[in-house]
Design a protein around this ligand. Sequence first.
Ligand code: SF4
Length: 428
Amino acid sequence: MVRVKAVQDGSIAEELGIVPGTELVSVNGRELADFLDWEFLTADDELVIEAKLPDGEEIVYEIERPEGEGMGVELEPPTIRRCANRCEFCFIEGLPKGLRKPLYVRDDDYRLSFAYGNFATLSNLKDRDIARILEYRLSPLYISVHATPWEARKVLLNNPRVPNIVDQLTRLAEGGIQFHCQMVVVPGLNDGAILEESLSDLWNLGDAVISAAVVPVGLTQFSHLYSGESMNPAKARELIAQVDRWSERARKERGETWVFGSDELYLLAGVELPGAEHYGEFAQIENGIGAVTSLRLRVADGLADLPRLDGMRIGVVTGKAMVDLMPELLDQLTEATGAEFTLIPMENSLFGPTITTAGLLVGADIKRALEGRHDLDLALIPAETINEDRIFLDDVAFDELRTTLPMPVHPSYDFVDVLASEEFAVAA
Ligand code: SF4
């Protein structure tokens, strides 16, 4: 059974009398376990839907759905499948205490992997889940592989019952499922020969593995499980060299890069990031693969749309990881607008100095960065630092914080989004 959260105006569901709180029990005789069943089973045009209205009335709808018209139903969020692992490097294990509850949910859910691109390890996959993935053709999936040698993976995931990932991927690949994979590399545990074997196993799965990412382990000052060696620039350069050997082979044999080092790996190694052609369709940009290159592109493409802002003093708050990359972008923005940009790199007060990503800065960091800056006319902060409710990871509300700061503050993904906006152009 799945429960209706909202019904769209003028939709088929509204016409039928489905209201929020209605329980949708079955479609064409098949019981509904979750949103996937609903999405896929209602893809037919002729539907018999069993439902129970909030007042207890049981009802059967027989409908012919006009082709291409959705049902107009939003479902209650699913119960998330929890993770059965205790990875050495788990970021959630490394969160400080006292944050809002949803941040501590360790999801490992193939359904969210398909629907939202969340990475899943598949360690909690049952036979019936595999059958569903194959039946509904849930592809592509985003898979945290980390290592293909079974024993190494058990150690990395701290889970002796973890299934053999090569067997799982092979079975799914034979059913036509494709994957984007990632390997979070912990020096001493899954680098060197283990990484080589892992890349080789993924390569041998052929077209089923669309992309593979190599990401350096990132630890907070609160990580307490970790027993591996620390990541360092020399190790990062070693990993880039290994990734480069594979990507050269992939470009020769398959005409695409296939395996990518994450941006963090290049920044840590002090190695210049590849250009846009390296990333193809930027398949794993949400995973930090090619995000900096994409930012450079968007800035370059947007310069012509920027208004003149001569004399305006603009502060740009960012994480320490971006310190070396930002000046080149800010110079271009200065030239295009005439504004004076000031870079304000901040250390992360919640996760500690080892976490340098701009998107993980918290409200307290933004406050510290900007509260005394009466010399600025405007400030831009990384838009990734706030969620859809405009709340930072430390529960500070952006809209409250901005009223206490001495200048207008805008969340921005690429500077151009704010500076070229109509609202901003009028204000300027
Ligand atoms: S799979 Fe590992 S990293 Fe992911 S939530 Fe579970 S323990 Fe954490």
